[in-house]
Design a protein. Structure first.
Length: 229
């Protein structure tokens, strides 16, 4: 009988990795799950992906996802925290250099580089966070948006006090303007890429950051427009 059972098992497909033993968490496997989820959520939407489909695509069992993230909300929350945490750390470091070192251009460079390298982030945040009220939006506000806006307004206020930024500039509006200049070209990529014949390469990104930073600091009016005021 033992030999027969062995033969029966030989014809079966290999079992997928299941729930790890206690204290056996693998950070590389967790990262791989996040990467797979990023791709599937961005292309199919949050509601269009089940844990079963995600596990199958990753070659694992749903129990493995439950082990690392508890449920789908936990997985999405971890993805959001991972992305925003990396961005926030870089933005805070750039802002700490002071207005004289142009932290605004540094923010544009950091954010645009991340978005170009990880286009799934724009799709996912717009679709599942900005357009959908709920706990994920609350998490995004608490862990990222509120901190970035507070940081930007503080830097702008500091620049005004030092005479490096015009006194009549509204801190909140300036922060929103900076974020819009930075993010919108990538949010609207599917529309403007062909219309304006943009290739969204690394060189295009650098050229755009140069343009946007100059626009943010100097405006668009030339000498003739200024003389008319």
């Amino acid at each position: 009988m033992a030999a027969k059972k062995k033969d029966d098992r030989a014809g079966q497909r290999p079992r997928k990795p299941g729930r790890p033993k206690k204290d056996a968490a693998d950070p590389d496997l967790r990262r791989a799950l996040l990467t797979q989820a990023e791709q599937m959520f961005a292309s199919q939407g949050y509601d269009g992906v089940s844990l079963r489909r995600l596990a199958d695509a990753a070659g694992l069992t749903p129990a493995m996802i439950h082990y690392y993230f508890k449920n789908k909300d936990g997985l999405f929350s971890a993805m959001l925290e991972d992305l925003t945490g990396r961005l926030l750390a870089q933005i805070e470091a750039a802002a700490a250099e002071g207005v004289g070192q142009d932290p605004f251009r540094a923010l544009m460079d950091i954010a645009s580089r991340t978005i170009l390298a990880e286009p799934w982030a724009v799709t996912l945040i717009v679709r599942e966070v900005l357009l959908q009220p709920g706990p994920l939006r609350d998490q995004f506000i608490e862990t990222y948006a509120a901190k970035v806006l507070a940081l930007l307004t503080a830097v702008i206020t500091d620049g005004k006090q030092k005479g490096e930024i015009r006194a009549d500039v509204d801190e909140g509006f300036a922060a929103i303007s900076l974020l819009g200049l930075t993010a919108f070209p990538f949010i609207a990529r599917g529309v403007v890429e062909d219309i304006l014949d943009l290739d969204y390469s690394e060189q295009m990104r650098k050229d755009y950051v140069d343009h946007a930073a100059k626009l943010f600091h100097q405006g668009i009016n030339g000498p003739k427009a200024k003389a008319m005021k």
